[in-house]
Design a binder for this molecule. Structure first.
Ligand code: PHE
Length: 459
């Protein structure tokens, strides 16, 4: 068997893991959830969930990956041979592959909007009307654009294929020369882009009001459903339950400090979410767009282009924003594809090239189906939802909580001896003051809360 790959540097492994965590979850899911759930009160809950629940569950995945030194199925087979625990890993691989097939399409949209911003097409006829302040007219123009760029058959498909091809190129490079190198360039770029956008939106006239909504908590808004939403956002945005962190941690060197890494990754992910809040809330408040719900895709592809259209140098801000979105999506697609690639390599002893092709080629069909489910295939409904939506709902509401639950129960109760303790202390060479608390959360709090999320989704 080939020697297990490893990340080459501490910075590189952090950049790669942060790159996975920072995705569309931070950029568009977080602002939408924040607006729908009462602004700052939701932010506060989310921060609590990230540290009380997200970090411990992340540590459980890290510990599994680094001690098992294999893919998401392989770690369970190695640590508990002959037991059925590998099924948890199998569900993780299934979830990750399904998510991959539709996330590629979304990544394709970001590439398309980036391209249309670069060529100036996004703002051509619209610009005059939006600057005159007619919100309804601008809404209609950009909604029509979104239709044209997302709900048609050919162009979104072309961009999805381009993104799949870029993914293949990166993934063929392997862990160090592909994933790590990409992340080392993309993550600093992402922060530069974020800072540039923050600087502009924070100097808009409505910035103070926007920030007030985002940062002054109204605790009367917190109820059971807010808590459930904050929990769901935590799992999704930290890439938990997808097998990604297990797979990446299997590439961590033995001296990586897992606790420190998990805190850095969570803080960075949180920072990006908060910066997105600084960008979006001042912008929509300034231009009077805060009265409509900032619904995920519409927020990104209709509301924000409207904002940019009203600012001088629309194209520049638009290019910066969609480049940011594209970078965030790319490092996430790469990480989630790696789950299946690692599985193929470890389980079937495939070469890197072969594993990449076996995993990525079917996407040219699967992602096409997802993309077309906004166009020609939009009449096909599964339980009342399009193919795209049903995949999204099935994975986020069923598979991800199931996998996270499996990981917590396994690491908390059934993993061999002192797995968590020895991983958090690097086999006793570090002191860890948090092991007992982390173990408590993984054993009791996390499974209970995950069960609550699942139950609530079914009611
Ligand atoms: N944390 C990622 C995000 O916010 C979750 C994700 C990772 C989704 C990889 C898809 C692929 O987008």
């Amino acid at each position: 068997m080939s020697v297990k790959s490893q990340f080459g540097s501490k910075i590189g492994l952090i950049a790669a893991t942060v790159g996975s965590a920072i995705g569309l979850g931070n950029v568009w899911r977080f602002p939408a959830e924040t607006q729908a759930n009462g602004g700052a009160a939701f932010l506060l809950l989310y921060i609590i969930c990230v540290f009380i629940l997200g970090v411990p569950v992340m540590l459980a995945e890290f510990s599994l990956g680094r001690s098992g030194r294999s893919d998401a199925v392989g770690v369970f087979r190695r640590l508990s041979p002959g037991k059925a625990w590998w099924l948890v890993g199998a569900f993780a691989i299934l979830a990750s592959y399904l998510i991959l097939s539709y996330y590629m399409v979304v990544a394709g949209w970001t590439a398309e909007y980036l391209w249309q911003s670069i060529t100036g097409n996004l703002y051509d006829t619209g610009a005059i009307i939006e600057k005159s302040g007619d919100i309804a007219a601008a809404d209609a123009i950009f909604a029509k654009r979104m239709d044209q760029y997302i709900c048609s058959d050919i162009s979104p498909l072309v961009f999805t294929y381009i993104v799949i091809a870029i993914n293949i190129f990166v993934l063929l490079g392997g862990v160090q020369k592909g994933i790590e190198r990409l992340s080392n360039v993309m993550m600093p770029l992402l922060f530069v882009l974020l800072l540039a956008l923050c600087a502009v939106t924070l100097s808009l006239p409505g910035a103070a009001d926007g920030l007030k909504f985002f940062l002054a908590p109204d605790f009367s808004k917190i109820d059971a459903s807010t808590v459930i939403n904050a929990l769901g956002q935590t799992f999704f945005s930290l890439s938990l339950g997808m097998g990604i962190l297990i797979t990446y941690a299997s590439y961590y060197p033995a001296d990586t400090r897992l606790t420190r890494t998990s805190v850095i990754v969570s803080l960075m992910s949180l920072l990006v979410a908060v910066m997105m809040g600084f960008i979006i809330f001042p912008a929509v408040t300034t231009f009077g767009l805060d009265r409509q719900p900032l619904e995920g895709a519409t927020l990104v592809f209709v509301t924000l282009p409207e904002v940019f259209a009203r600012m001088p140098a629309s194209d520049v801000w638009s290019v910066i924003f969609f480049l940011l979105l594209f970078v965030a999506a790319l490092t996430s697609t790469v990480s989630i594809a790696e789950v299946s690639i690692a599985f193929m390599q470890d389980r079937f002893h495939m070469s890197r090239v072969r594993a990449c092709l076996v995993v990525m080629m079917p996407l040219f069909v699967l992602s096409a189906v997802c993309s077309l489910s906004f166009g020609s295939l939009s009449d096909i409904k599964i339980m009342g939802m399009t193919i795209f939506d049903s995949l999204d709902v099935f994975t986020t509401n069923v598979l991800l909580p199931l996998v996270s639950m499996g990981v917590c129960v396994y690491v908390g109760w059934f993993a061999p001896g002192t797995l968590l303790r020895s991983e958090l202390t690097n086999n006793g060479s570090l002191r860890s003051r948090v092991t007992t608390a982390v173990l408590f959360i993984i054993r009791y709090a996390a499974p209970l809360l995950i069960a609550a999320i699942m139950v609530s989704k079914f009611i």
